[in-house]
Design a protein around this ligand. Structure first.
Ligand code: XIL
Length: 314
């Protein structure tokens, strides 16, 4: 195959990328995003602060642009994200809502967003990052006001708004077996036993060079798959200290390939999304100062060894 999307598709998987709304005017960027990938995730424009900046006032413009882009390039849309403690507007986090008020605020958000995109968004990250590293529930306005039950409520509300969307729970540092992924495993097991409509688990996979263990990723994905869930790699990047050098870029290629191999070995793995087109687009340098070079294309939009590592692993 000569594109990532064709290589993935030949194995029954999709290959996705996070798309930044502000880059849709750059033809180099859109040529790669549209040509190499079969799935797109909005990097920011479907988050709560963008889409419902004030109560019951919805801004779907960026999300609609992403859907149009996807349709023009024969791509699926992976919706991200309905309920998250970050990029949450103040009117929600500091609104002083009672439990019943916050339930109606959350359900109104989910219902409006999911209904608007019904038929155009195939997957939703219904809840994002609900756990601490030790596996306890992360403090947020949702957990502190409603307890853990906000999670089941969010899934049921999303399902009612679009019964055909695949509904996922998404998190980071859950790629291998540890306290956080064990808590996630317990939660999704309990949601399934209660009949909560959950279809998939997303593993963000913001990984660090030389700390990637493909077989541990595979076995962890498999235990979730064995519950009957789809498993997806949703935000993959493999960062390193910058500036990069050729030996580390070669190791990065091998480590990207090991993630592809893990997905290929798990039949319930739907696909892999990388968190940005190029190193010029990545969130990493802003979030982890001194680190970067985490994606498949360099800052000049030239394919890196990691690009070939992914292409040939499929
Ligand atoms: C990041 C975006 O890439 C940045 O542009 C934004 O400033 C902050 O959020 N986990 C997630 C993503 O689920 O939504 C985050 O995206 C990266 C970490």
């Amino acid at each position: 195959a000569s594109t990532l999307r064709d290589a993935a598709e030949a194995n029954g998987k999709w290959m996705g990328v996070a798309v930044a709304d502000g880059k849709l005017g750059n033809s180099t960027y859109t040529g790669i995003a549209g040509g190499q990938f079969s799935s797109v995730t909005p990097e920011n424009v479907m988050k709560w602060d963008t889409i419902e900046p004030s109560r019951n006032s919805f801004n779907f413009a960026g999300g609609d642009r992403l859907v149009d882009f996807a349709q023009a390039h024969d791509q699926q849309v992976y919706g991200h994200t309905l309920v998250w403690h970050n990029q949450l507007p103040n009117w929600v986090s500091n609104g002083g809502f009672s439990a019943s008020e916050l339930t109606s605020v959350m359900n109104n958000h989910i219902t409006n967003v999911v209904s608007h995109f019904a038929g155009d968004v195939k997957y939703w990250d219904v809840v994002n990052e609900v756990f601490n590293e030790d596996g306890t529930l992360r403090p947020s306005v949702f957990s502190s006001t409603l307890g853990q039950s906000f999670i089941a409520t969010a899934f049921r509300t999303a399902h009612a708004a679009d019964p055909n969307a695949k509904l996922c729970i998404n998190d980071y540092n859950t790629e291998t077996a540890n306290a956080k992924s064990n808590a996630l495993y317990s939660l999704v097991s309990s949601l399934l036993s209660q009949g909560v409509p959950i279809d998939c688990v997303g593993f963000q996979s913001h990984l660090i060079l030389d700390q990637v263990n493909g077989s541990a990723i595979q076995s962890n994905m498999q235990r979730f798959a064995d519950l009957g869930l789809e498993v997806n790699v949703t935000e993959l990047d493999i960062r390193m200290n910058t500036p990069s050098d050729s030996t580390r870029l070669q190791r990065q290629a091998t480590q990207y390939a090991s993630v592809v191999d893990a997905c290929l070995a798990v039949s319930a793995c739907g696909g892999i999304t990388v968190w940005g087109v190029s190193d010029a687009d990545s969130w990493v340098p802003n979030t982890f100062p001194g680190e970067g070079a985490a994606l498949l294309y360099d800052e000049s939009y030239q394919p890196k060894p990691a690009y070939n590592g992914v292409l040939t692993a499929f």
